[in-house]
Design a protein around this ligand. Structure first.
Ligand code: FPP
Length: 250
């Protein structure tokens, strides 16, 4: 969690950036292409943004790749997205290792094929010791799922006598979320023109700054990322305090 006592002056480069990569389908439609073409072009944008964040010094980048609700898409599209994830993991792993990136997946991975689950576990193990940047892929992820699974595990620990229910506070609860150990996102970027959270990191976004872009994800580039960072750097993060309090602490 980004502690409320943290410096309230935003750093120029956010420490943790979270992105809802939206607009692949509309990018394709605008070009009279099938939706999968948009997803493959979206993968190119993902590679570009990972490299840019790495170069800019972002410590944690969390990407919303596939939501709990995306399973409701037509079977053929889900199948293509799964194939894309398998291919992307194979193709990108070497570069991620070379860049010192640690990969971490959050979400209900039991819903994936055994092959994908195995690939995910291998990629996590292979990059475990890397410290330059953490790349967190939210896949089969939902903010409500995350909160519910945390509550279930806390209830089980309490039932087993390992935890005192009266001792469950925010800091304790966070240890059971899939993002345990990560700072909360400083900046959330959503492309594609929609202005909603779509069940992303519901708990973790409590004090996050939001940046909405009308660009479709495949078009999101360095100039857009930098304008998101500039917008972020101009914000006053108050974490519940008054503006005067924050200014006097700066
Ligand atoms: C949203 O666009 C995008 C997705 C559901 C898939 C995200 C996947 C990628 C960007 C590919 C690469 C990512 C990784 C991590 C390997 P949409 O289909 O909802 O677009 P629309 O709103 O225009 O229909």
């Amino acid at each position: 969690m980004t502690a409320l006592t943290d410096t309230a002056t935003a750093r120029i480069v956010p420490r943790h950036v979270a992105i809802v990569m939206d607009g692949n389908g509309r990018w394709a439609k605008a070009r009279h292409l099938p939706r999968p073409a948009g997803h493959w072009q979206g993968l190119n944008a993902t590679r570009r943004v990972v490299r840019l964040c790495h170069e800019r010094g972002v410590e944690v980048l969390t990407l919303f790749a596939f939501s709990s609700e995306n399973w409701r898409r037509p079977t053929w599209e889900v199948g293509i997205l799964m194939e894309l994830f398998v291919t992307a993991l194979k193709r990108e792993l070497t570069e991620l290792v070379n860049r010192g990136v640690r990969l971490r997946f959050i979400g209900d991975r039991a819903a994936f094929s055994e092959r994908l689950q195995r690939q995910i576990a291998e990629a996590e193990a292979l990059t475990e010791a890397n410290t330059r940047m953490q790349l967190v892929i939210a896949a089969s992820y939902g903010g409500r799922w995350d909160i519910v699974q945390a509550a279930q595990r806390i209830a089980e620990a309490a039932k087993a006598g390992q935890i005192d229910p009266a001792a469950v506070d925010g800091a304790c609860f966070e240890q059971y979320l899939s993002t345990a150990g990560l700072p909360d996102p400083d900046l959330l970027i959503r492309t594609g023109g929609e202005k909603r959270i779509s069940n992303f990191l519901l708990w973790q976004l409590a004090y996050t700054e939001f940046f909405f872009s009308d660009s479709f994800w495949p078009d999101f580039d360095a100039a857009e990322l930098d304008s998101a960072f500039e917008s972020y750097a101009a914000r006053q993060r108050r974490f519940g305090r008054t503006g005067d309090q924050v200014a006097s602490r700066a």
